[in-house]
Design a protein around this ligand. Structure first.
Ligand SMILES: [Zn+2]
Length: 861
């Protein structure tokens, strides 16, 4: 699954065991569904072929929001009716028969009805263009809402699926369509799909409606990209990406694409970013449908990466599946890592090595909290399982794999992956199975590295001291767990027992890196040549590096310079040292200023978000104007050099830097006025701005915008319903308007029927990230709690919304949030709440620790 950008999560609850008792193993499901779109229900018939390990009078399987009809169990001795007992809390049904079912094969037959819900889970209802669709999202634990099932990933079986749907509707499922016959009921037709290879229940896909598709192929696999009819024109880019990627992965994994066909479907209402259902991948429209002529490069990269992520899962996740959700990192971290491979081969100019360095920073942002979790975390309930789809599973694991790949070499790593997939094909595996196979193939101690990073929570910091000894650099590294808050010394001490085994690669004087395995608390290494050592060469290591402030300054101005990923890593690490109170904030601000003219947009972005934090949380209390003046003196000349206004022939990176600088300098009244004029020109003629610049200009204009501008945005947004990128440019900008009456208007709009429930959390997150809207958004969430939860449910949206409350920066606010959620319990967001509270308390402590050093530093500017 791919998440929507911005989702955070995590929780440690008293769990009610919801695991099935075992002893009964499904081998095949034959499933028939008849959705009734008008009544928003469905009928189902299923037969499950099972094998019993011992005779039994009761069989327990999963079911939720299912109404059972007739149930029978057949074995060699005959067929007997079963009595059904439901356990709502455990989401199970127990089928009991008078005579024990014999050991060996048996068949369970069930007729039932279910609900096409509006909560984006299981078999659910979606709407577009005035008509209804029935679509599905089973991961992690919602297949049980579509059909009674052994709904755990280790119970792999084959699935033979057919759907009886309205004559005007088409149907898509995992298998290739083998027949389409009229009836049997009037006004209906029945579509039957080929049985799937063995797979887990969470990968079942059901889609019903007037989907239309663009067709292509790769090697021997037919490929279709499908959407609602109005959006067929936006499917060409994703199809081209999928064709290249399937062919790439066929070679890369050394195993052909494991299914008979590939469909990729844009779904109008979709909670996650995308879902890797075997052979029938589903997507949020915004991440799939892009205009081949006008889409911005950022949207193209998003689409290509997410398609590649879901395709990588067809092998890693679908063909070989984790035994249980505690190893979800095996799926998600791997897919995140692997997605960059075909895309980098396809478009090297997109610099996915820089994206990978940014992803590592995303992971560290969570991993420096005391309330982070280990990559491997025990989970039991659906709420707990839902919350481990987080940056630890995705970006941290990808960063760790990236580190190991750099250490063993890309070809050895690829061979290890291929060998693992071969060995566990159509079966299940656990984390240690993966790293033991990698260790065997690469003949390097991958097992030691992975065990240390997978089982221990948190991120290590390597503190560096170095000296030049007869033409070589002697580097001493001390490691401990990093806790990213001032005054966390005690916590760091209690975690002092933690050490990691890490491949550390050091560059001196711009030469080739020297790599060593570091596992001691203190270890001294030698690198050839003298000069400031870069202790995380190419930013491939998953750790924080602590240099003394003089070394930080020296690294910023090295000749030849650090690589772009290294500069991102240097900025990220230095910020964390400031946040932890180990360095004064001035060291960071001087570093950011030294990199002000950096040609790489991502480096500028990394600095800009910290400058915004300093502005809001440290300077805000004392001297915002003087800080703004310093920012303007430092970055305005860079904007002048890049060009304040676009000119024909500007390349992509120029436009990206321009957009970031406009946002950074948005406090400037003249620039604000210019953004408003540019936004109006863009609304009159979209060719007036490059696609890359449109979103930042609309955001900056919104921040100072009035009601007339707001109304104009709304109008343009509503006219753009068939072009997701254009729609979300305006939609996201609504959350940036700061005028109180407009903030209130946006909040009411966010929970109104006009906004798809999939988008409500995005808007609220945006507003909780905007200082002018934050207070009002929090008050609104409390006041409208019932309406909000009725609209979005708690399951998908709440971890994101609760996580965004972590943008506050006062201990009283943390107390208030804690009290509110004590009275309004959301187990689905328990971990997210703990982490949000820690972020708030950390921010308050950073302000306390850095205020005086900040004033001293500013006085010297
Ligand atoms: Zn995924």
């Amino acid at each position: 699954m791919a998440l929507v950008a911005g989702l955070l999560s995590l929780g440690s609850l008293a769990a009610i065991a919801q695991r099935l008792p075992g002893g009964v193993t499904p081998t095949n499901y034959t499933l028939w569904f008849a959705p009734d779109l008008e009544k928003e229900t469905f009928r189902g018939r299923e037969t499950i072929a099972v094998t019993l390990a011992a005779p039994a009078t009761a069989i327990t399987l999963h079911a939720a929001e299912i109404t059972f009809g007739e149930v029978t169990i057949s074995d060699a001795a005959g067929t007997q009716p079963a009595r059904v007992t439901l356990d709502e809390q455990a989401e199970t049904a127990t089928l009991t028969v008078p005579r024990a079912v014999g050991k060996g094969p048996a068949t369970i037959a069930i007729t039932y009805t279910g609900v096409l819900n509006d909560k984006l889970r299981g078999f659910y209802l979606s709407r577009a263009n005035g008509r209804k669709y029935a679509v599905s999202q089973m991961e992690a634990t919602d297949a049980r809402r579509a059909f009674p099932s052994f709904d755990e990933p280790a119970y792999k079986a084959t699935f033979a699926i057919s759907l009886m749907v309205d004559a005007a509707d088409s149907a898509i499922s995992n298998g290739r369509q083998v027949s389409d016959t009229p009836g049997p009921e009037p006004g209906k037709h029945t579509v039957t799909f080929a049985p799937t290879p063995k797979m887990s229940t969470y990968l079942v896909a059901l889609l019903v409606g007037d989907f239309v598709c663009r067709t292509g192929s790769a090697d021997t696999t037919p490929i279709r990209v499908c959407a609602t009819p109005d959006k067929l024109g936006l499917t060409a880019f994703a199809l081209a990406a999928a064709e290249q990627q399937v062919a790439f992965f066929n070679t890369f994994f050394g195993i052909p694409y494991p299914y008979e066909k590939l469909d990729i479907i844009g779904v109008p209402d979709f909670a996650a970013g995308a879902m890797e259902n075997a052979g029938a991948i589903t997507f949020r429209e915004r991440l799939l449908l892009a205009d081949d002529k006008t889409a911005s490069v950022d949207v193209r990269i998003d689409v290509a990466r997410v398609v590649a992520h879901e395709l990588a899962h067809q092998w890693f996740g679908n063909l070989v599946t984790m035994k249980w959700w505690d190893d979800i990192w095996l799926n998600e971290g791997f897919a995140t890592w692997a997605a960059n491979k075909p895309v980098a081969a396809w478009k090297p100019e997109w610099r996915l090595d820089i994206t990978a360095a940014e992803d590592t920073q995303t992971a560290l942002g969570l991993d420096v909290l005391r309330s982070t979790r280990a990559i491997h975390t025990d989970v039991s309930t659906p709420a707990q399982i839902n919350e481990v789809f987080d940056p630890i599973a995705y970006e941290k694991t990808a960063g760790v794999l990236n580190m190991i790949e750099a250490y063993v070499g890309p070809e050895a790593f690829r061979k290890g992956v291929s060998s693992y997939l071969e060995k566990y094909s159509t079966s299940n595996a656990a984390g240690e199975d993966f790293w033991m196979e990698m260790t065997r193939v690469t003949e390097k101690p991958v097992n030691r590295i992975m065990k240390s990073v997978v089982d221990q929570p948190g991120a290590p910091v390597l503190s560096v001291s170095s000296r030049c000894v007869s033409g070589a650099t002697e580097v001493t590294l001390r490691q401990q767990r990093f806790v990213g808050a001032p005054g966390a010394v005690d916590a760091a001490k209690t975690a002092a027992g933690q050490t990691w085994t890490l491949p550390v690669c050091i560059k001196t004087g711009g030469g080739e890196p020297t790599c060593t395995l570091v596992s001691e608390r203190e270890q001294t290494l030698r690198a050839p040549g003298c000069g400031a050592p870069m202790v995380n060469a190419d930013a491939r290591g998953y750790y924080i590096t602590e240099y003394d402030p003089a070394a930080v300054a020296a690294l910023a101005t090295l000749t030849p310079p650090l690589t772009a990923p290294e500069r991102i890593s240097l900025l990220g690490d230095e910020w964390r040292l400031v946040a932890a109170g180990r360095h004064d904030v001035g060291t960071y601000l001087d570093l950011a200023a030294a990199l002000a003219g950096d040609p790489t947009p991502a480096v500028l972005t990394e600095a800009a978000r910290r400058l915004e934090f300093v502005r809001q949380s440290i300077a805000g209390a004392s001297e915002p104007e003087r800080f703004d003046a310093w920012v303007s003196r430092t970055w305005r000349p860079v904007l002048e050099q890049v060009g304040v206004d676009p000119s024909p022939g500007d390349d992509e990176d120029t436009n990206r830097r321009r957009g970031i600088l406009w946002q950074l300098l948005a406090a400037d009244a003249e620039l604000q006025a210019r953004a408003q004029a540019r936004a109006r020109a863009y609304m009159a003629d979209p060719s007036a701005l490059s696609p890359t610049l449109a979103a930042p200009v609309l955001q900056v204009a919104a921040a100072g915008g009035d009601r007339a501008l707001y109304d104009a945005y709304l109008l343009r947004m509503k006219a753009a319903t068939n072009a997701p990128e254009e729609f979300y440019r305006y939609f996201n900008a609504l959350g940036s308007f700061g005028e109180p009456a407009l903030v209130t208007r946006t909040l009411h709009y966010a929970i109104s029927p006009e906004v798809r429930s999939q988008d409500t959390p995005l808007l609220l997150e945006q507003m909780l990230g905007t200082p002018a809207a934050r207070e009002a958004a929090w008050t609104f969430i409390q006041q409208e709690w019932a309406a909000l939860t009725a609209k979005v449910g708690v399951f998908q949206a709440m971890p994101a919304i609760v996580g965004a409350l972590g943008n506050f920066c006062a201990t009283e606010r943390a107390a208030e949030i804690r009290a509110f959620f004590a009275a309004h319990q959301v187990p689905e967001a328990a971990r997210s709440l703990t982490q949000a509270l820690e972020r708030i308390e950390t921010c308050a402590a950073v302000r306390e620790r850095q205020s005086a050093p900040f004033r001293r530093w500013l006085a010297g500017r």
